[in-house]
Design a protein around this ligand. Structure first.
Ligand code: AQP
Length: 332
């Protein structure tokens, strides 16, 4: 059984990316049912919106080091850079020719991101992004894809594309299942708790970057937008900010939300925020210590080389089968 997932190096990796995705990768890598694990750096996805060349390079390496610093074990999983395996884009073209325009146009993320990009111009890549994501997944006969809730719609599209392809050309793709941890499925912005925490948000106070200075990160939590009430209570409708901090606290401490609510029954928001800030500070301190050891190491390159070689081996076999099914080129 194989699981695969990836993150875009489109900015500083956030606490949302960690709790919604990376933490789950780390937990799943220890489950016996998985005999193969692929985690990649989705740099081709990142260029769907304009990126500074130097920043992108830096973010690619940085994300690889964050994976390791967060606990991904290169003995258990293969870590690679998406653009170093050319078969992702090759399959993407084949799948584009088997996907309807309406299917990608109705994706919520496309609608949201294209609104933001209107002033620069919206790239075609932003529209076809979910098809490249389907290729990432289907190329490796992936069984399970751990993602945050925001990616559920894209995963459903990947399943639809796979089922349609299988029907048209005969059994080719494994139909992937999403894995969404209910606890931390969606971490919200600290400045606008109605909005998702995103690494590309223009306001750095809205997110915690895993590489933030620890005191700055704690300050961000302490100044997170809450409400004028005083009760530490999970109520997503009326207390979105406090509910978000409770979700973060519960995911980081391992305690249930109910227990944390009880612990803070007779305490004020300031005391609660102090507690959450310390939990976040401890996480960042741990990740940053490991990150600093690995970021400039030769070992990091060796891990990425191994990942690229392994992914290339799997993907090259699969792409030949797919091309044969479609009737492309000469029979291999
Ligand atoms: N706020 C979040 N809460 C929980 N999970 C989240 N994820 C992202 N934000 C949150 C999960 O992180 C993984 C990587 O996401 P991605 O980089 O591929 O794309 P994204 O979902 O668009 O993430 P961002 O941070 O919002 O990036 P930008 O700002 O570049 O668009 C996914 O599994 C995602 O669900």
């Amino acid at each position: 059984m194989r699981f695969l997932s990836g993150i875009q190096p489109s900015g500083n990796i956030t606490l949302g990316n960690y709790l919604g995705a990376i933490k789950n990768f780390v937990a799943l890598q220890n489950e016996e049912k998985f005999d193969d694990i692929l985690v990649f750096i989705a740099d081709l996805h990142a260029i769907t919106i304009p990126q500074d060349k130097q920043e992108l390079r830096k973010n690619i390496r940085s994300l690889a080091a964050i994976y390791l610093a967060s606990g991904l074990d290169p003995k258990k999983c293969h870590i690679f850079i998406q653009s170093e395996v050319p078969f992702h884009t090759e399959l993407s073209w084949i799948l584009e020719c088997n996907t309807y325009i309406g299917e990608v146009q109705r994706m919520t993320q496309f609608k949201d991101k294209s609104k933001k990009e209107e002033t620069h111009g919206v790239s075609t890549g932003l529209l076809t992004y979910p098809i490249l994501m389907a290729s990432d997944i289907l190329l490796y006969d992936t069984n399970l894809v751990p993602v945050g809730k925001d990616q559920k719609q894209h995963l459903e599209l990947a399943r639809d594309i796979a089922m349609r392809f299988n029907q048209k050309y005969g059994d080719t793709f494994v139909i992937p299942e999403p894995f969404i941890s209910p606890k931390s499925a969606k971490i919200m912005s600290l400045t606008d708790p109605e909005k998702k925490m995103s690494k590309s948000d223009e306001n750095p106070k809205s997110y915690i970057s895993l590489l933030d200075d620890i005191n700055i990160a704690k300050k961000k939590i302490k100044s997170a937008v809450t409400d004028s009430d005083t009760k530490v209570k999970y109520d997503i409708e009326n207390k979105a900010g406090i509910s978000n901090l409770l979700t973060i606290a519960s995911s980081l401490s391992g305690d249930t939300i109910e227990k944390i609510e009880k612990d803070f029954e007779n305490k004020n928001y300031q005391e609660f925020k102090e507690y959450v800030a310390n939990l976040v500070g401890d996480l960042l301190a741990d990740i940053q210590e490991k990150y600093n050891k690995i970021i400039n190491s030769k070992e990091l390159d060796e891990i990425l080389d191994e990942g690229r070689n392994y992914a290339t081996y799997l993907a090259s076999k699969k792409i030949n089968k797919i091309k044969n099914k479609v009737g492309l080129g000469r029979k291999l």
